[in-house]
Design a binder for this molecule. Structure first.
Ligand SMILES: [Zn+2]
Ligand SMILES: [Zn+2]
Length: 345
């Protein structure tokens, strides 16, 4: 088959790759669409290395069509499916506690297991047995199905801050993840979603996604502006959707007493930040992180997409066939795109 193979840091090439070798019970899918994640870029540039192999095939946001059902009677050849790419063991303490995204034995497609920047992708029987493969309606465009993965991660982040109707929510950063946070916060009933973002293009995208107000942090102080907009009280919730260290402190300073802060985006390995710890202490803030997704969150994301409750097609600003992987990566990296889809040739 043809695939975009990651051979080394900074090197991903469209080339002939061995066809996936199926073991008993494995599912084989033809990839119908995949989307490029910020994590894919971090892997390519060597900023994320945990679980990464060379050569390997990355890409964990995708939709496919069953080519070999592996003997599983619930799937049939030609059927459209979506795959929650993180496989939890189901028996460790964290899995038992419902935190399967933090499973001690977690393996994921696009990392430990070859992913979807390819013509075909193998879904190990473990992923089928654990219920990570979902049938999806034919009518939903596969590129929207691919977005269930990042949306599920965003659902995980927002579950940590429990957005309630009437809340004022600040989203720091309006890349694809920030845009998803805006859409989901509005869906949760947030009265006001304020977005801080340097790029004018992305501020416009945030407004188009439903943000009520945007702030240019170069032109004005985001913390002061949020205070001003909330009558001096501060926002109910702040979400860091970009891994810039100083923003963690901004988030803590811009929320009200008993406010909730979610550090959604990852930071560079080993990063240390200066935090206004007294703001956390005196305001009794709840500061949380977010990592990955659970099957339940993935299922919820799929339901929101296939039912049309959340509109995501406007986020897909660029599309490339697999052989244009280099162009797809540079579009995702340049900041010109919100979300880049790789379509089946
Ligand atoms: Zn992703
Ligand atoms: Zn586990």
């Amino acid at each position: 088959m043809k695939a975009a193979v990651l051979t080394a840091v900074d090197n991903i090439i469209y080339t002939a790759a061995p066809d996936p070798v199926l073991q008993k019970g494995d599912l084989l899918l033809r990839v119908k669409a995949a989307t490029v994640c910020g994590t894919d870029i971090r892997i390519l540039r060597g900023r994320k290395t945990a679980g990464i192999r060379y050569p390997s095939i990355i890409g964990h946001e995708f939709a496919g069509e069953v080519v070999d059902a592996g003997g599983h009677s619930q799937f049939k050849v030609g059927q459209s499916v979506a795959v929650c790419p993180a496989f939890a063991c189901g028996h460790c303490d964290l899995c038992k506690a419902g935190a399967e995204n933090l499973c001690s034995n977690l393996v994921a497609m696009g990392y430990e297991i070859d992913g979807a920047f390819a013509e075909y992708v193998r879904i190990p029987t473990q992923g089928v047995a654990s219920g990570n493969v979902f049938a999806v309606p034919e009518r939903t465009p596969p590129e929207l199905i691919a977005l269930a993965e990042p949306l599920a991660c965003v659902i995980n982040g927002q579950e940590q801050v429990n957005i309630k109707p009437g809340d004022t929510v600040v989203v720091l950063g309006a890349g694809p993840i920030g845009i998803l946070h805006v859409k989901l916060a509005k869906l949760a009933g947030a009265a006001r979603v304020i977005v801080s973002q340097r790029s004018a293009l992305r501020r416009d995208a945030a407004l188009a996604a439903g943000a009520d107000m945007v702030i240019d942090p170069v032109a004005e102080d985001t913390v002061e502006r949020v205070k001003l907009e909330t009558g001096g009280h501060g926002a109910d919730v702040a979400i860091c959707a970009i891994g810039v260290l100083s923003l963690a402190n901004d988030a803590i300073r811009m929320v009200r007493p008993r406010g909730r802060v979610n550090l959604f985006a990852g930071f560079v390995p080993g990063a240390m930040a200066e935090l206004d710890v007294n703001a956390i202490h005196y305001k009794e803030l709840a500061v949380t992180g977010a990592f990955g997704l659970t099957r339940a969150q993935y299922k919820r994301a799929l339901d929101l997409i296939t039912s049309g409750q959340i509109e995501l097609s406007s986020m897909l600003t660029h599309r490339f066939p697999l052989h244009d992987i280099a162009k797809a990566v540079s579009a995702a990296e340049s900041g010109a795109a919100i979300k880049v889809a790789i379509t089946a040739a």
